[in-house]
Write a protein that binds this ligand. Structure first.
Ligand code: TXA
Ligand code: MG
Length: 312
C-alpha cells in the first residue's frame, strides 16, 4: 500500500529507527510540495534524502574520502551526511542549497520500501512543523491524520531521536545535529574530533529555537530547585531520567528510564513529552541529563523545546 500511494505522488508516513518520516518521491515535485504543505513547513527548510544503501548515495552526491569513512562506519543507521549535491537532485528538496543531506535508514520496513519503489524518498520528521517528532504511527496520525492518505506502521522507533547530521569541510568534521551517533563514536571511527557547528552560518535551518516544542511551557534544569520555585497553586508535572520524588504525586511524575539507561530514556522521551503535553498541566519540568552518549542529544532536544519564559 505504501508503495502504491508513493508511486501515485502522495506523501506517506514511514517508520525509521530514529523517528517517523513523511516521505515522498524526490523526483515528483507535486509530491514534495505536499510534504511541505502537510507539515506546514517553510519552503526554505530542506529535506533529507533517504536511500536504500550507501552505493546509491553516489547517484545523488559527490563523495570525499572522509565522508566515505563516516558512511562505512555508521550507515545504515541513525546518521546523515551533508554532501555537495549532483544536478539530478531537485532544488525543491534541498531548498535551493547546493548541498544534499543523505541518509540510509536501518529500519527493515523502510529498507524494503526503498528497494520496492526504486526512487529515493525525501522525508522530514512526520510532525507538524515546530512540534515534537513522532516515534509511533499513532503520533503521526495525531499530528497529520486527515492530511496524508497512509501511514506505514513499523512499531515504536528504536532510537527515538532524529539522526546525527555531519558535514566534512576540508579535513574537519562539522556536527550539525547531535544524535545517537555521538562525538566519541565519530572520533573513534575517524581519529578526528568533530566540531560543533558555530552559530554564524545556518546550514540546518531546523537547528533553531522553538523546534521540538510542546504546547505546555517546558522548563529544564535541577528539578528540585525548579519545583521549589513554582507557586503553591501551579499545576505542573515533572519528567526525570530515573529519580523518583516520593513527596510528589506519582500521577505527576514520569521517569524515562527507571533503570537509568540513556538509550531507553531517548526511546521514551518524545512519547512522554507528547503524553504529558496532552494532560493539561501549566508547566512541564524536566531534569538535565548526563552529558554523555545519547544524553547529549537528549539535552539538545530539551534545550530547543524549553520555553524562554522564566519563573519569577
Ligand atoms: O532521523 C532523521 O533524520 C529523521 C528521519 C525521518 O530520517 N528526519 C528528520 O528530518 O529529522 P527533519 O527534516 O525533521 O530534520 C532534518 C534537518 C533539518 O534541520 C534540515 O534543515 C536539515 O536537516 N537539512 C536537510 N537537508 C539539508 C541541506 N541540504 N542543507 C542543510 N541542512 C539540511
Ligand atoms: Mg523535524
Amino acid at each position: 500500500m505504501a508503495k502504491q500511494w508513493l508511486a501515485q505522488g502522495f506523501p506517506v508516513g514511514i517508520p525509521t529507527e530514529t523517528v517517523y518520516g513523511l516521505a515522498a518521491n524526490i523526483f515528483d515535485a507535486k509530491a514534495i510540495a505536499s510534504v511541505y504543505e502537510a507539515k506546514r513547513r517553510p519552503s526554505f527548510n530542506p529535506l533529507i534524502v533517504h536511500l536504500r544503501d550507501v552505493a546509491a548515495i553516489g547517484d545523488m552526491a559527490v563523495w570525499d574520502g572522509l565522508s566515505n569513512t563516516l558512511a562505512t562506519a555508521f550507515m545504515p543507521g541513525p546518521f546523515t551526511l551533508l554532501l555537495p549535491k549532483k544536478d539530478n537532485v531537485p532544488d525543491m528538496v534541498t531548498a535551493g542549497s547546493t548541498k544534499v543531506a543523505v541518509r540510509v535508514p536501518s529500519h527493515p520496513l523502510v529498507g524494503s520500501l526503498l528497494r520496492m519503489t526504486g526512487f529515493p524518498l525525501a522525508a522530514p520528521s512526520a510532525n507538524p512543523s515546530g512540534y515534537v517528532s513522532p516515534t509511533s504511527a499513532k503520533h503521526v496520525l495525531d499530528g497529520l491524520g486527515g492530511r496524508i492518505p497512509y501511514i506505514l506502521d513499523g512499531g515504536p522507533c528504536q532510537v527515538g531521536l532524529e539522526s546525527t547530521i555531519v558535514e566534512v569541510i576540508d579535513r574537519s568534521i562539522v556536527l550539525h545535529r547531535e544524535g545517537a551517533i555521538d562525538r566519541a563514536a565519530i572520533e573513534a571511527a575517524t581519529g578526528i574530533a568533530p566540531m560543533l557547528k558555530s552559530g554564524t552560518e545556518v546550514h540546518a535551518p531546523g537547528q533553531t529555537k522553538s523546534h521540538y516544542a510542546t504546547a505546555t511551557p517546558l522548563l529544564k534544569g535541577d528539578v528540585a530547585a525548579l519545583m521549589a520555585s513554582m507557586g503553591a497553586e501551579s499545576n505542573f508535572a515533572i519528567i526525570t531520567f530515573y529519580r523518583e520524588y516520593p513527596h510528589w504525586a506519582g500521577s505527576r511524575q514520569f521517569r524515562l528510564s527507571p533503570g537509568g539507561k540513556l538509550e531507553e530514556a531517548a526511546q521514551n522521551l518524545f512519547a512522554t513529552l507528547r503524553r504529558v503535553d496532552a494532560m493539561g498541566f501549566d508547566y512541564i519540568l524536566v531534569e538535565d541529563f548526563p552529558d554523555q552518549g545519547i544524553g547529549i542529544a537528549i539535552n539538545d532536544r530539551l534545550e530547543r523545546a524549553r520555553h524562554e519564559h522564566k519563573i519569577g
